[in-house]
Design a protein around this ligand. Structure first.
Ligand SMILES: C[S@@+](CC[C@H](N)C(=O)[O-])C[C@H]1O[C@@H](n2cnc3c(N)ncnc32)[C@H](O)[C@@H]1O
Length: 268
């Protein structure tokens, strides 16, 4: 009896914890929206280099019907549109209205404030889908990917971009440990895609980052990664002190930013 009561309490605690985390992630992006582009604006080369890779791996052409799912401020979609004049508007989907509001209001974009799983459940046919650094926010990945399989036309490509299981970012130790505990492993995603019927190819895209230390510390202070919203002000302050001590003799931080490019193709 006591065991049953304790296990019920544990379950309720876990569910409550998940709800609070979800709420804080939503808040995280609402608060970040106006600073987001500014963080990455320090390196147009970084955006340009990744954009070229996205165009290459998605095999984008001007006749494509492209969806950017979890588009955020449309940082990458806008960079893509500056290189390709699509005949159809790019469909940009994100649950954060504040993030999506940063996308220009013109005929090149169709913006939808929506959750990815809901979007995948709604009618529509597209031949290219981009999901960049968003999949870690999805609980029911199978439901999402099954829905997107239905939305894709035969030979359509879904490009999933995510960070690998470990990263070299110059963050404090607790942040790196938490990252490793919560980041989805791309190998499990490959299994899921395969089970649904996709053909998959995995590539790694590396970018050597060189960033002024002050700029990076400002980004951490502003919780530029949703991971950092798991730390309260006091913990973040301690983390920044740890980073300050570790990198006290450097004015620039240099590290390799590695991305997993998982191409999932719907067979003919
Ligand atoms: C790290 S940002 C990436 C934004 C953009 N893809 C980029 O690379 O610049 C993650 C984005 O995922 C969005 N997001 C979070 N939960 C989501 C969900 N359930 N469905 C769709 N997007 C979601 C957030 O609002 C945020 O804009």
């Amino acid at each position: 009896m006591v065991f049953v009561i304790i296990s019920q309490f544990n379950k309720i605690g876990k569910v409550l914890g998940e709800i609070i985390l979800k709420y804080s992630i939503q808040n995280h992006y609402q608060n970040l929206a106006h600073k987001y582009n500014n963080f990455w604006g320090y390196s147009p080369e970084f955006i340009d280099s990744l954009t070229k890779k996205i165009i290459e791996y998605l095999k984008l052409t001007d006749t494509d019907k492209l969806v950017d799912l979890g588009c955020g401020t449309g940082l990458y979609t806008q960079a893509i549109v500056s290189k390709i004049s699509f005949k159809h508007p790019v469909i940009c989907v994100d649950p954060s209205d504040q993030m999506i509001e940063q996308i220009p209001k013109n005929s090149q974009y169709k913006t939808l404030v929506n959750d990815a799983v809901n979007f995948a459940d709604e009618p529509g046919q597209y031949n290219k889908i981009l999901i960049k650094e968003m999949i870690h926010h999805i609980d029911d990945k199978e439901k999402l990917l099954k829905g997107l399989f239905e939305r894709l036309t035969p030979e359509g490509i879904l490009l999933l971009i995510l960070l690998p299981p470990t990263i070299e970012y110059p963050l404090f130790v607790d942040a790196l440990r938490t990252y490793e505990a919560v980041q989805p492993n791309y190998n499990n995603l490959v299994d899921l895609f395969t089970k649904i019927g996709f053909q998959t190819i995995v590539n790694f895209v590396d970018y050597p980052v060189s960033i002024p230390k002050g700029k990076y510390f400002e980004m951490v202070q502003n919780r530029y990664m949703s991971l950092l919203s798991r730390f309260d002000d006091e913990q973040l302050k301690k983390g920044l002190i740890e980073m300050q001590e570790k990198y006290h003799d450097q004015s620039n931080l240099e590290f390799c930013d590695r991305f997993v490019f998982l191409s999932a193709i719907k067979p003919k």
